[in-house]
Design a protein around this ligand. Structure first.
Ligand SMILES: NC(=O)c1ccc[n+]([C@@H]2O[C@H](COP(=O)([O-])OP(=O)(O)OC[C@H]3O[C@@H](n4cnc5c(N)ncnc54)[C@H](O)[C@@H]3O)[C@@H](O)[C@H]2O)c1
Length: 460
């Protein structure tokens, strides 16, 4: 296929967003795009939450109760762990009814909006049902874990005419928005390739191997659970759909590679010699949510990272080709000494480089730095101050856009079913490529037909 770069004209068409004074109209050129409806400004939104674990009770529970009392009220909470459900309600400080039966909650609580915060492999069933009931639905990432479940969501979208917002908070971090702006303004000419390497450390990275995330059938593996963020960023930065993926992966460090193991840290005889010993009793939030409710489902939040049943990779690499000809070299390593990422965007007129350390930054700085190299010119250092709220300030900006009526979307950060699907499908294709040893075409997985130009979700 002939190579089709993102055109200079295309960069410049969007660059009005960057100057700040002349923001682009987010609806321009998006008339046929999928739509997320904004809330009625005169009415408090009736919100129901399914999944009262750490994320549900935190960002989508307590934070909303505190931050948006004029815009929403909780009318129902649901979780299949009755103990965690009661704890979640207490920690959120709400007095709405609680349910262990999802259908009963939807019938009795009659929410306007459902927020889905359960284990990844279960998201699709709640998304589809909410769409069928005509309820606005917000889901945590990843939207789903395999192509069959994604197809079920696509079919429900077609059948019901409803969309589902996927909460890609990574799009909202100020330094990533700056990268999007630089690409749109043509700072490096036409984008031709991206080098993107993500490192999870031996603390946060190891944590995925302690929990349900260690099972591909629950999380889709880190290719989907974690990398859905990274593939969504790529789709958004590159502004085109992924075409094909060739991948490699292995489990080199956790799981069966350990020389000793137990079921979980509290019952382990090897704590003195284990670098991964985690004393969950020192974290009161986790103790209340998980340890105190083990009797209901037997789930250990402090599971052993060396359990034999770990069936996800901890070392992954992929080559991704985009419909506009951009090529990506991607990797994810889950046992690094520090957490963060290195990225470079290569273009016809220069290169954008960044090394973002999310843990253990070497210098005492309060900004993220991007270096812009223009060919035959001096380099430019661009410093973007840290923000105080979660995920580089992204979490709060995302919540504002969802709950405060009239919040604009100048950087096209609103993500719907198509974005949720395409970000997962890259990881699903990577899994299939490892299994077959062959490149996998994204268009072969679901009814989504990848396009040269990305289709944005618009807010109306
Ligand atoms: N965007 C981000 O940065 C971010 C960060 C953390 C978590 N997340 C996402 O949030 C979601 C929840 O993650 P978490 O860390 O809170 O996990 P968790 O294990 O703490 O919570 C999941 C909850 O869902 C409940 N649950 C699971 N299956 C259920 C079912 N079928 N019916 C009812 N309840 C069910 C569990 O009992 C548990 O309380 C995941 O999809 C995860 O990917 C996103």
């Amino acid at each position: 296929m002939e190579k089709q770069h993102m055109s200079r004209r295309h960069f410049l068409a969007a660059s009005g967003a960057i100057a700040g004074t002349s923001l682009i109209n987010p609806l321009d050129g998006l008339k046929a795009a999928p739509v997320i409806h904004q809330p009625n400004p005169l009415k408090k939104k009736r919100v129901a939450l399914i999944g009262t674990g750490s994320r549900g009770v935190g960002m989508w529970g307590r934070d909303l109760v505190k931050g948006y009392p004029d815009y929403l009220e909780f009318v129902g909470l649901c979780d299949h762990n009755a103990g965690r459900l009661a704890t979640g309600k207490r920690l959120m400080g709400v007095d709405c009814p609680t349910y262990t039966d999802f259908e009963q909650m939807m019938r009795e609580a009659k929410p306007d909006m459902l927020i889905v915060c359960t284990v990844d492999a279960t998201h699709h069933s709640f998304i589809v049902r909410a769409m069928e009931l005509g309820v606005e639905v917000i889901t945590e990432k990843p939207m789903s874990v395999d192509e069959t479940k994604i197809q079920a969501i696509l079919d429900a979208e077609k059948r019901t005419g409803k969309n589902c917002r996927v909460t890609f908070n990574y799009r909202y971090s100020p330094h990533r928005v700056k990268m999007w702006e630089l690409l749109r303004e043509g700072a490096i000419g036409e984008l031709t390739s991206v080098d993107f390497h993500w490192y999870l450390d031996t603390s946060h990275g190891a944590d995925y191997f302690r929990r349900w995330h260690r099972l591909v059938e629950q999380s889709g593996s880190l290719w989907v659970h974690k990398a859905t963020h990274h593939f969504d960023l790529l789709n958004w930065w590159i502004e085109s759909d992924p075409e094909s993926v060739y991948a490699l992966g292995a489990l080199d460090w956790y799981g069966k590679n350990g020389s000793f193991r137990s079921t979980n840290c509290r019952s382990c005889p090897h704590t003195q010699k284990c670098d991964f010993y985690f004393d969950i009793m020192k974290n009161d939030y986790y103790k209340q949510l998980y340890v105190d409710n083990e009797q209901y489902d037997g789930y250990h939040r402090d599971g052993c990272v060396f359990r034999e049943d770990v069936n996800i990779y901890d070392k992954m690499a992929a080559t991704i080709k985009y419909m506009n000809g951009v090529q990506v070299s991607y990797s994810l390593t889950a046992y690094s000494p520090y957490e963060g990422y290195r990225i470079a965007f290569n273009g016809t007129k220069g290169r954008i480089d960044a090394w973002i350390e999310e843990s253990r930054p070497q210098n005492d700085v309060n900004y993220d730095q991007i270096v812009l190299f223009r060919n035959f010119s001096r380099r430019e250092y661009i410093q973007i101050p840290f923000s105080s709220s979660g995920h580089g300030g992204g979490d709060k900006l995302l919540q504002d856009q969802i709950f405060i009526p009239g919040t604009a979307d100048p950087y096209k950060q609103c993500a719907g079913v198509r974005d949720g699907a395409l970000s997962c499908l890259v990881g699903i294709a990577a899994r299939k490529s490892i299994a077959s040893g062959q490149p996998v075409k994204i268009g072969s997985l679901t009814t989504i037909d990848p396009q040269v130009e990305k289709q944005y979700t618009r807010i109306v």
